[in-house]
Ligand binder design. Structure first.
Ligand SMILES: Cc1cc2nc3c(=O)[nH]c(=O)nc-3n(C[C@H](O)[C@H](O)[C@H](O)COP(=O)(O)OP(=O)(O)OC[C@H]3O[C@@H](n4cnc5c(N)ncnc54)[C@H](O)[C@@H]3O)c2cc1C
Length: 389
């Protein structure tokens, strides 16, 4: 099939290498994993050992030292190949907190091992059942007691915990009632599951619409060594905000990868499926929705490249990163819907992978950030309208 991504020649070596690696994990692999509600261990291991998940770690720590523009291509091509970055993307997008705000000792301790694939940093615990998107109301509390913090509280939707060695945890260290600004008094910790007895930590897996390992987590006097605090106590919310633009751009790239996968799948099927003695793709009722979805993926991709360009040039990119993520998530969802419709009944058959990818790409409009929150960011910060919450 002809390549429909005009950006294919950018970072072409990376794109080809990722496609080759993903080809070792064909659709049967993903179907089998989903059937047993498993985790794609071998796939993630192969990516990590080849250094792809350490792409954003500086070279001095053994990482790839890539820009966000380049790193985003890795996730895009994973999804374009029919795989799901959701099993491993966090390692790229949560790395920033440790990179930018971790101490030299923490970076020396963790980054080289993460870069080489020996250590997995795949889990980030922010969301809570009673606070939802209103992160400053975080209730999980970490109280300092000599050389430890004692954590109590509950998190929900915490992904990949069972397949990660490390987790970043956001907790309150000063009660909300005692801070001047609600964004103060939150801190980030590295939880090292290898050294932890897991005493005071309980997991309850959440069965969900996609085959995604995610959990409810209960902390009951769970201890973290004080040296595992990242940066300054109380500055954690700022550290999270710092990493959000990169996260949005990386997620947008995943959606773009999905979008192209759906378009490829739809056009191939439209060309080969014969009904009424001719390919269904001869009907404009089939062609036009595919063409329209393609145009929307291309448009969203331009915003993604613009956001990544600004980010890599250290220029403000909050608006572009947010818009890229929203537009790309909407475009991939439209492409998914069109692809399913083009396949008719076969779109629902597991062996075509369309229904799996359809479910997977729907998630991007909710997590890691839901569309309404992006719209409210644009309304307030770009258009100068009043804050709604
Ligand atoms: C499969 C999966 C994996 C996840 N993995 C992780 C993870 O690893 N770590 C983690 O910390 N979290 C994770 N999450 C949580 C995810 O980030 C949240 O679900 C998401 O941020 C939305 O929060 P919420 O579900 O609490 O929705 P709520 O905050 O309860 O919001 C519900 C709806 O109301 C809308 N809404 C809320 N307030 C407003 C407002 N002021 N104006 C307009 N609309 C509003 C929201 O946009 C949303 O549509 C995951 C979620 C899922 C489903």
């Amino acid at each position: 099939m002809i390549e429909i991504n005009p950006h294919f020649s950018e970072f072409e070596d990376y794109r080809r290498a990722i496609r080759d690696l993903c080809a070792q994990f064909p659709s049967k692999y993903w179907q089998e994993i989903e059937e047993r509600a498993g985790y794609p261990e071998a796939f993630v291991k192969a990516l990590a050992e080849a250094g792809w998940l350490g792409a954003l770690i500086p070279e001095q720590y053994g990482g790839g030292g890539l820009t966000v523009s380049a790193a985003a291509v890795i996730l895009e091509e994973i999804n374009r190949s029919g795989a799901n970055s959701g099993a491993c993307h966090a390692q790229m997008y949560i790395m920033g907190a440790l990179l930018r705000h971790g101490s030299d000792a923490q970076k020396e301790k963790y980054l080289p091992a993460i870069a080489s694939g020996q250590l997995r940093l795949q889990s980030f615990a922010v969301t809570e059942p009673t606070t939802g998107t209103d992160t400053t109301k975080t209730k999980t509390f970490a109280a300092r007691k000599r050389d430890r913090y004692i954590v109590n509280g509950q998190k929900t939707w915490i992904s990949r915990m069972q397949h990660s060695d490390l987790m970043l945890l956001l907790a309150r260290t000063t009660p909300l009632a005692e801070v001047k600004k609600k964004t103060e008094g939150l801190s980030i910790f590295i939880v090292d599951f290898r050294n932890s007895t897991h005493k005071g930590l309980t997991l309850r897996p959440i069965r969900n619409m996609v085959n995604h390992e995610t959990n409810e987590v209960f902390f009951d006097n769970f201890e973290i060594p004080a040296e595992n605090l990242i940066g300054d106590e109380g500055a954690g919310f700022r550290y999270i905000l710092d990493g959000m633009n990169a996260e949005r751009i990386l997620i947008a790239a995943e959606c773009i990868g999905d979008g192209y996968w759906f378009i490829d799948k739809a056009r191939a099927y439209a060309n080969e499926r014969i009904v009424f003695d001719r390919p269904i793709g001869k009907n404009q009722g089939i062609q036009f929705p595919i063409a329209q979805a393609y145009a929307r993926v291309r448009a969203a991709d331009l915003m993604r490249y613009e956001a990544a360009r600004l980010f890599d040039n250290h220029q403000p990119c909050g608006a572009e990163a947010n818009m890229a993520k929203m537009l790309a998530a909407e475009a991939s969802w439209e492409a998914a819907n069109v692809c399913l419709q083009t396949h008719g009944g076969f779109g629902f058959a597991v062996e075509f992978d369309v229904e799996r990818k359809f479910r997977e790409t729907r998630l991007y409009q909710v997590a890691p950030i839901s569309t309404n929150l992006i719209l409210s960011y644009i309304a307030e910060h770009v258009l100068g309208m009043p804050r709604s919450f």
